[in-house]
Design a protein around this ligand. Sequence first.
Ligand code: PLP
Length: 352
Amino acid sequence: MPAYMRGLASVAGVTTAAKLSSNENPLGSSPRARRAAADALDSMHLYPEAGSAALRAAIGAFFDLDPERVFCGAGSDQVLSLLTLAYSGSGDEVVFSANGYGRFQLYARAAGATPVPISDRDFHVAVDAMLSRVGTRTKIVFLANPDNPTSLYLPAAEVRRLHAALPPHVLLVVDGAYADYVTAEPYDGGRALVDAADNVVMARTFSKVFGLAAMRLGWVYGPAHVIETLARVEPSFPLTAPALAAGVAALGDRDHVRRSVAHNTEWRRRFGDRLAQLGLAVYPSETNFILVRFPPDARELSSEAANAYLLARGLLPRRFVAPVFADCLRISIGTAAELTAMGDALAEFLRR
Ligand SMILES: *Cc1c(COP(=O)(O)O)cnc(C)c1O
């Protein structure tokens, strides 16, 4: 298995000015979530609630979903890997877009299944290419929508077309980690398909817009048979009491969610415009980060040189090992001050 490269959290000897490497919420978590987590520490000698009923009820209320068809885990990462372990194994194939979310292939490998990466069209998910590689061995098709690190989304009609052509034995997993940030139309986070079909699952996280990345909370909404299967294979007590309490409280603070989305929409536009004015190629983002491409053959102005320049100033973007992203950096939508500093530093860098 290849090692997974995480975003940098700090640089030795440099004071971190802006950690824009992991797509966290620049507004932080809701103060209510913080209080609820702290209160939960009073009973840390007791096992947490099994089955996450309170959190599932709160998710159901917030998103208008049936809580019986919600399953929670320690980050969507845990739920997605449990799904892969439950539904695929040796001899089975797991299909996903080659330059999309990097963890899908790791879930497949860990399950002993064969990862099947599908080439895209300039980072756009290629539905026909995907369908042409689906066969009797295929057990799961993963789709991150919008995707990471590409920041692009697949329109609702394309998702429906993908699902409609899948054999019923294939599970379509739509990972909507960034669904709350989408402003493009027509977008469907997968929910309509889950309700209409027996082989679609939608995954969500508390790590992004809800600002609870350190608490490790994620969930899926799916058909009852999938939820039952997940409950059988899950570890005992996967969620800690502070995390469960924080999740419920975060869902109760709709203002914080609205503010977080509004900040993201505004600064995604402003920062994207600024990068474009600097002459950099910016992918149209539906997420809380921007993927920017540096000129391919300008050595001094390469993404690698830009990365080094930014890191030396405590500004942390995200680079990727995959050669297709060699000219790119991914920059999370941080605070106004962080993005202004990032924009200023890139302007200086390009002026040299
Ligand atoms: C950030 C992200 C997640 C969230 O993972 P957690 O384990 O819930 O923190 C899931 N999918 C994608 C595509 C992401 O970028």
